[in-house]
Design a binder for this molecule. Structure first.
Ligand code: R5P
Length: 283
């Protein structure tokens, strides 16, 4: 049985389709004071897969409620799928007095489950923060699916070295093309991003930018600018997690992006492909 959080309904439907499991009739409600109340049907000794991207504090709380509710309702075993794990980028205390938020949320989630699967966390080491077995799932290969078949001499490019494996996975799934990466510098006071172009020739080629997440869009819009200056023909922005916070979509549009594609780990209008098949293989 698949038990979906309210913000992961498309992902959960795709997971149910792919695995042939039933989707539970979950209800999402609120008490008059605004507190959440998610309820689930009875289960008799079943393996329940609780799915919830924790992209907001409410979604995180709702996930904890669903985990608790399925145990109460009789689930024998609980697997928790985090299509997107919120707070995963706060995986260390960056200055004195800060929490390791990824560890704090991982511990909380561990209390309600036997196992965790999470799609492309920023660093796979975050899985070590869970106190139950936890594994990363790589859905970058899914990003090849919405790309046009006619890419001209394509270059799959990551905006920093850390995402080169994602670009390589997407390239391999597409079946042809080269791979490369930019060097990125971020000013953490202003949020401004600068990318240092590699010497890859991009003139008259189609470029597919690949990253784990587009958050404020600064990284990708700066990369699109650089590629456009260097006469790339088309620039596709792809990411596993299309967070698209604040003015990200506008920044990408203004930079001249040809198209933006993401998966449904965070459900947005650009979620052109589901990451569920990658998770299904690991359930
Ligand atoms: C950082 O290393 C990540 O892989 C992304 O590049 C980054 O989080 C994207 O953030 P933004 O869209 O705010 O530039």
């Amino acid at each position: 049985m698949i038990v979906s959080g309210s913000t992961s309904q498309a992902f959960s439907a795709a997971l149910a389709d792919t695995t042939g499991r039933d989707l539970a009739a979950v209800e999402y409600d609120r008490f008059p004071d605004g507190e959440l109340q998610a309820t689930v049907p009875e289960f008799s000794g079943e393996h329940c897969v609780v799915v919830g991207s924790t992209a907001s504090s409410d979604a995180h709380l709702e996930l904890l409620q669903l985990q608790d509710a399925v145990r109460e309702a009789g689930a024998r075993e609980v697997t928790t799928v985090l299509p997107y794990m919120g707070y995963a980028r706060q995986d260390r205390a960056f200055s004195a007095g800060e929490p390791v938020s990824a560890r704090a949320v991982a511990r909380a989630i561990s209390t309600g489950t036997d196992r965790v699967l999470t799609v492309n966390p920023h660093e796979t080491g975050v899985c070590d923060f869970f106190t139950v077995p936890a594994d990363p799932v790589d859905a970058a290969g899914r990003l090849a699916e919405p790309l046009p078949d006619d890419l001209a001499d394509p270059l799959f490019l990551s905006p920093d070295e850390g995402a080169i494996d994602l670009a390589t996975t997407a390239r391999n799934a597409y079946g042809r093309g080269a791979t490369d990466y930019f060097e990125k510098e971020r000013d953490y006071d202003t949020g401004a991003v600068e990318v240092e172009p590699s010497d890859a020739a991009v003139a008259d080629r189609d470029v597919v930018l690949v990253d784990d997440i587009v958050a404020t869009g600064s990284t990708m819009s700066e990369s699109v600018d650089v590629l456009t200056d260097r006469d790339a023909t088309r620039v596709f922005v792809t990411c596993v997690h299309p967070m698209l916070a604040a003015a990200a979509r506008t920044k990408l549009e203004r930079a001249g992006t040809t198209a933006v594609f993401g998966t449904d780990t965070i459900e947005r209008s650009v979620s052109a492909v589901s990451a569920a098949p990658a998770v299904a293989d690991r359930l």
